[in-house]
Design a protein around this ligand. Structure first.
Ligand SMILES: [Zn+2]
Length: 513
């Protein structure tokens, strides 16, 4: 079980464990990374911070309560007994949307468990202390959309820890890589060896996400077996958190919404959400035409509360935004039904459509980055991929001379996706909620994930907010100027502390405006 292994995850498994708190080494060079943002003005309103902290500290459960937590932990100023804490994280802006906390706080860790959160924790001599002044500390970030079935999905599948722990993200959710036929390998070769917590939405199709769903003929109703999905999900209850399906013109031109009907049948039987990809993936069948606006009409009535529509900002037809720039009216009906929205940034992201959707008052619930091998620029030169396949199953080639075009996607990650929405005016605490408490709710794991709770295993992300000027590019090459850029510093799971060193992370100097 993916979740149960949290406790037995030894530091030795980490690729780059960092035992002692050492100076945080930013990937950013000082050229663009002008300075680390000072902690935001902290509001200590009675309604938020102090109350939340008091509650969190008082809520220490008996079973997991570290014996050494001193009574003083209940007050704003904590003076710890020698040996009480193994680590104190000092002075970060702590944003914990689940409890409403947004204030400068110290966080004490005792043998991999959060032991105290208080305004000031005085650590006795000998306790490891990490100075996080100017940085932001949150519950471990959750990336709700990634493709990490390495090797089995070919170049499409990334290494889980490069997306996860080494990218400052503690939990990574694979969307549709493993299937009923291949989930055993996912459990054995991805979930078990990773230092990140790995979960999945199991593929609707027996083929799973091979080569990023390149061969369209594998994805019709004949390649779907509801009983097999149900059986695989029941055999892997901690791992399978939902079902991944598609509703886009290529599949629609061949099978209508039949595949999605089968996915929702399995979802209902399991009581798990269905995650629906919107926006072109496969070419429309020869001789057929599809009115993209018709797809969502057939999709919405199939959805139940808690099901998820993905890629709301897609630059392809069949998303939330009609060709004339208006929002599809059925999007509002979907929201009224309790359907959730995941950004699924990936190959789809359009600033123009994001502005249209957010401008219409629709804010996604979660923020999957949708990282995969086709949209990450590898150190050896990168790839061209425009988010869909041609009818020969090739990736859609770029138009025009390569040097005249922006790369399909500049390197990015979950933090970068947060920066993009920050640049569009979404407040930071909302973005943190999307990647923590909201994501945990989507996974049905609010009790154990997505919040900072005294007595629970440490599951923490730390990032910095760089101040300067950056040019953020979407998948169409449209740019937005950002004054702030989030960049990961580290991730913690239990006793494992991992500095952010993933080679997939963007080099912020490349984006300097
Ligand atoms: Zn995806």
């Amino acid at each position: 079980m993916a979740v149960a292994k949290t406790t037995k995850k030894p530091a030795a498994k980490a690729k780059k464990p960092v035992a002692a708190p050492k100076k945080v080494v930013a990937k950013a060079k000082p050229v663009a990374a002008k300075k680390v943002a000072p902690p935001k003005a902290v509001k200590k309103t009675a309604a938020t911070a102090p109350k939340a902290v008091k509650k969190a500290v008082a809520a220490t459960p008996k079973a997991t309560k570290p014996k050494s937590v001193p009574a003083a932990a209940k007050s704003a100023q904590v003076k710890a007994m020698p040996g009480a804490y193994s680590l104190v994280l000092k002075g970060a802006r702590v944003i914990d949307p689940a409890s409403g906390l947004d204030a400068v706080r110290d966080v004490a860790i005792s043998n991999g468990t959060i032991a105290a959160i208080a305004e000031s924790i005085t650590a006795p001599r000998g306790t490891k202390v990490m100075d996080l002044k100017g940085k932001v500390l949150t519950p471990g970030l959750i990336d709700t959309h990634a493709h990490i079935y390495e090797h089995v999905t070919g170049d499409f599948g990334l290494n889980a820890d490069l997306v996860g722990m080494r990218g400052g993200v503690t939990t990574v959710v694979d969307q549709g890589g493993p299937s009923a036929l291949t989930i055993g390998g996912f459990q054995q070769y991805v979930v078990q060896p990773s230092s990140s917590r790995v979960l999945c939405f199991i593929s609707t199709y027996l083929a799973g996400g091979l080569l990023g769903h390149r061969y369209v003929d594998l994805y019709g109703p004949t390649g779907i077996n509801v009983d097999a999905i149900v059986k695989a999900a029941r055999e892997n209850p901690g791992l399978v958190r939902g079902i991944k399906a598609h509703a886009e013109p290529g599949g629609f031109s061949r099978w209508g919404v039949e595949s999605l009907k089968l996915a929702t049948k399995a979802g209902k039987e399991l009581g798990l959400p269905v995650y629906v990809h919107l926006g072109t993936l496969w070419p429309v069948a020869a001789g057929k035409t599809v009115d993209a606006q018709d797809i969502i009409k057939e999709v919405v009535p199939l959805l139940s509360p808690g099901d998820i529509l993905a890629h709301p900002f897609t630059r392809y037809p069949s998303g939330f935004v009609n060709q004339d720039g208006s929002i599809h009216p059925l999007v509002y009906e979907a929201l009224a039904r309790g359907v959730k929205i995941d950004v699924g940034r990936g190959a789809h992201f359009s600033f123009d459509n994001a502005k249209a959707v957010i401008g219409a008052g629709i804010l996604p619930d979660t923020l999957g980055a949708d990282l995969h091998g086709y949209n990450i620029k590898f150190p050896d030169g990168g790839r061209w991929y425009r988010g869909m396949f041609t009818d020969t199953q090739e990736m859609e080639p770029p138009e025009g001379p390569a040097e005249a075009l922006p790369p399909f996607s500049t390197p990015y990650g979950l933090h970068h996706t947060m920066s993009e929405l920050l640049a569009l005016g979404v407040p930071l605490p909302k973005l943190v909620a999307m990647c923590t408490s909201n994501a945990a709710a989507m996974l049905g794991m609010s009790d154990t994930l997505g919040a900072l709770r005294v007595g629970q295993p440490a599951d923490i992300s730390v990032f910095k907010v760089l101040e300067g000027e950056w040019k953020l590019l979407d998948s169409n090459g449209v740019s937005v100027t950002a004054k702030q850029l989030l960049h990961p510093v580290m991730a913690m799971r239990g006793t494992l502390m991992q500095m952010s060193d993933s080679p997939l992370l963007p080099d912020v100097t490349d984006m300097a405006a």
